[in-house]
Design a protein around this ligand. Sequence first.
Ligand code: ADP
Ligand code: MG
Length: 335
Amino acid sequence: MNKKMYSMAICSAIAGLLLVMTGCDKSESKYKMAEGKIFGTTYSIRYEAEEDLHEQILQCLQEFDNSLSMFNENSIISRINRNEDVETDAYFETMFEEAQHISELSQGAFDITVAPLVNLWGFGFQNKGEVTQEKIDSLLPITNFLGVTLSDHHIYKRDERIMLDASALAKGYACDIVANKLAEAGCKNYLVDIGGEIVAQGVNQEGEKWKIGITKPIDDPTGSVQELEDIVRSGDIKMATSGNYRNYYYKDGQRRSHTIDPRTGYPVHHNLLSATVVAKSCMRADALATTCMVMGEKEALAFIDSIEDAECYLIVADNKELKVLTSEGWVQLFE
Ligand code: ADP
Ligand code: MG
């Protein structure tokens, strides 16, 4: 398996959240299921509707892929990374504005210009070979969200070596887009899960709030172990999880995780194993979950408490035990 396939296989295995399906279909139920693979991960969408909306959902995911997929050579983001003259679309622009906003709030802990470093460490769309301090030092000056601006549907870079990576918020954003599509089609009850990021609305086919599991962060590069740490119930939630227990590898006895600290150029190394965030959009929850993973538990808790409409559930390694830490308003979300 080459590096890209390996990385895609790993991506597809990522599911920070496990959807807990309850009950079985009743024959008169109008609940439908759309499942498949998209941008190197899986999606599973359950919704109540008279008609089958899978085609519409697929079309919407394809448009999204054409804009933001790092693994689609013709996508807008890929063309921007090759410095081609390309007009941005609404998907790209919404992603970009949100990414820049989270970069400002986090003072650069979150930064989509981390792409060359992600590639260097072997988690991106290109493999740059051996990691050396010299190479890291050469990439740090071009890792800075302030070096890239959007104006009049065009991206301007301070240095043409700058590249963008939307992976940290794309799955969450795709959930928002599919959820909007379902709402537009008149659906009131649905649960959208793309690679473990979740938008839930209304009730399941048994008339109860959706049940959502938070996966125990057990080292598992295959993504097949799905023991639950916790289960929450909600009728209106946008939730994303980021973790370092599935997308990692060992080199020279050292563990390398896919969360990169843009300020040091190195994969993060701390006790925070996974961060689940609830926010007002799933794209924001996704970006904030990655930010928490960059920060580590202490900084992450203070950061999330400082942000309006965001709560987090952190799982931390504590002397071979797992410890849960939550932000101030987490519990109230599920009362
Ligand atoms: P997951 O893919 O497990 O849901 P994330 O949402 O945290 O995880 O996305 C991780 C991806 O985000 C990495 O594989 C990399 O492409 C990118 N990334 C890594 N570090 C950062 C960072 N500091 N800021 C923004 N994106 C990052
Ligand atoms: Mg994320």
